[in-house]
Write a protein that binds this ligand. Structure first.
Ligand SMILES: Nc1nc2c(c(=O)[nH]1)N(C=O)[C@@H](CNc1ccc(C(=O)N[C@@H](CCC(=O)O)C(=O)O)cc1)CN2
Ligand SMILES: Nc1nc2c(ncn2[C@@H]2O[C@H](COP(=O)(O)OP(=O)(O)OP(=O)(O)O)[C@@H](O)[C@H]2O)c(=O)[nH]1
Ligand SMILES: [K+]
Length: 452
């Protein structure tokens, strides 16, 4: 456990050549420490101050200080922020001075951890801040902002209230077995109330699992015969000349990867070797990998050209896609007539037309978003979690709820049911941080930025 009595300091901006750096100090001694560096002292009030910073009598920098007095600060402690001139040496020197005068270097995420421990924010809000900072696409950003502000935390509070209500009803029937008919205490009533909670928890879990996939990146394999334009498509999607493109069949022999962030979804793209019959050993190994990538992918972009859709090699690929999410990408579509396009549209679901050579890939991008994005995710009107720790707490809640529902239905003794419900309750508390394990909390905040 980090010592929470010490005053901590850290840069909140990158230490680099930049206009201004922001350094934060938080803890009881924040004002004392900063005042050791000032000839014109600041008072323990919420204020903004322009001051000169000195090391003994030597001028160090001209800075802007912002001060907050406990508990009215981000961390809930006394906070002094120093907006100093940027630059590696200058920022480092000022941090060292603060440390020399009594602060210690903060750990990653320690400011947020203190905000959490001082009840300024709950765990969903704390995680929201981190999700916001690390957001790779708009979806993650919106979820991060919502969670940071606690917009949807009421839903967890409601779940908890409903669960507690059931737990106490059951407790009554355990304590007073004769009062079976106490209002709301019959098995059907308990089952129905529990099912309602379970439905909510399942929805939360489903939304969150979808969202975390979209924000972490969907494993997307680009497959097809040789020379259909797979590498060109990868390059067009990445907007970068990453994979080698030539008109020679079998150019790509190993996988090439890249990441793109669309509005609501990130993709981990994998360009694969074109599939054909070949006696070339290296190429064959590449093709084996292509088939393996189809198996591993969560989404397959199956690239074809007009003339080749029905031949044996394509049929072979089609067969591997029976249980897969895939999009049939007809590339080189600028060479197709409208009639030819219409025919393909009639023949296949999930067809899009691209012309990688002309950077014409919008239809594909729209299709990808459409396949993976449901309104639940974009509407922003309910809580969504996008980190595994929190999602696993919800999984635990779900498991306990389902176990207790099954137990009730199977006519198990009601006190056994209550054990699971108590555990579900505990996990909901851990989710928002009302109850926590110090080690878990330390671990959660370790993934945050320094100074955050
Ligand atoms: N300079 C600066 N910018 C920042 C932060 C910061 O700490 N410092 N933030 C940090 O992450 C974010 C803003 N979040 C903040 C949240 C609460 C308080 C705060 O002082 N709250 C007090 C007092 C509110 C008031 O005086 O109106 C409180 O809640 O009691 C400050 C910043 C982003 N920008
Ligand atoms: N006309 C046209 N040509 C394209 C288009 N996209 C790619 N090409 C050309 O098609 C040829 C093959 O492109 P690649 O991207 O190397 O194809 P690939 O599918 O990765 O090929 P392999 O590595 O052999 O599997 C190159 O000459 C590209 O310039 C397109 O949209 N229209
Ligand atoms: K090629």
């Amino acid at each position: 456990m980090n010592n929470i009595n010490q005053t901590i300091v850290a840069p909140t901006t990158n230490i680099s050549t930049q206009a201004i750096s922001l350094i934060r100090i938080s803890g009881d001694d924040s004002f004392n420490i900063i005042n050791k560096l000032l000839n014109l002292k600041i008072t323990e009030t919420k204020n903004v101050w322009v001051r000169k910073l000195f090391d003994k009598n030597e001028l160090v920098d001209e800075v802007v200080l912002t001060s907050f007095v406990a508990p009215a600060s981000f961390t809930g402690e006394n906070v002094v922020e120093i907006a100093c001139h940027g630059g590696i040496l200058n920022t480092q020197r000022i941090i060292n001075l603060i440390i020399k005068n009594g602060a210690r270097m903060a750990n990653k995420g320690e400011f947020s951890q203190r905000a959490f421990l001082n009840n300024k924010i709950d765990l969903i809000q704390a995680e929201g801040i981190n999700d916001l900072i690390f957001a790779k696409n708009e979806l993650a950003l919106k979820i991060g902002v919502n969670n940071m502000s606690g917009t949807h935390n009421q839903s967890i509070i409601n779940l908890k209230a409903n669960l507690l209500d059931i737990i106490s009803r059951i407790q009554v029937s355990i304590d007073y077995p004769d009062y079976e008919d106490v209002e709301g205490n019959s098995i059907p009533e308990l089952t129905s109330a529990l099912s309602d909670i379970n439905v909510e928890v399942n929805k939360l879990l489903k939304r969150s699992k979808m969202a975390i996939k979209n924000t972490n990146g969907i494993k997307t394999a680009i497959v097809g015969k040789t020379n259909v334009g797979k590498s060109s498509l990868l390059n067009a999607l990445l907007n970068e000349d990453k994979a080698i493109v030539t008109d020679i069949h079998g150019t790509t022999r190993d996988i090439v990867t890249g990441e793109i962030n669309l509005e609501h979804i990130s993709l981990n793209l994998i360009d694969t070797a074109g599939i054909r019959n070949t006696s070339d050993v290296v190429e064959s190994l590449g093709i084996e990998k292509s088939f393996k990538m189809i198996e591993e992918a969560e989404l397959v972009l199956f690239v074809v050209n007009n003339e080749s859709i029905e031949d044996n090699e394509n049929k072979n690929i089609f067969n591997k896609l029976t249980d897969k999410k895939f999009i049939l990408v007809v590339n080189k579509s600028e060479l197709l007539s409208d009639d030819e396009k219409q025919q393909l549209l009639n023949q296949f679901n999930n067809v899009v037309f691209t012309s990688a050579i002309n950077q014409d890939i919008n239809a594909l991008i729209n299709k990808i978003e459409k396949i993976h994005i449901s309104e639940e995710l974009t509407k922003n009107d309910s809580l969504i979690l996008i980190n595994i720790e929190q999602i696993s707490f919800v999984e635990q809640v779900k498991e306990r709820l389902e176990r207790s529902l099954n137990a009730i239905i199977a006519g198990m003794p009601i006190d056994i049911v209550n054990v699971d419900l108590h555990e579900a309750w505990n996990y909901l508390n851990e989710l928002i941080g009302e109850q926590y394990d110090e080690e878990i909390i330390d671990n959660i905040f370790k993934k945050y930025c320094l100074g955050k």
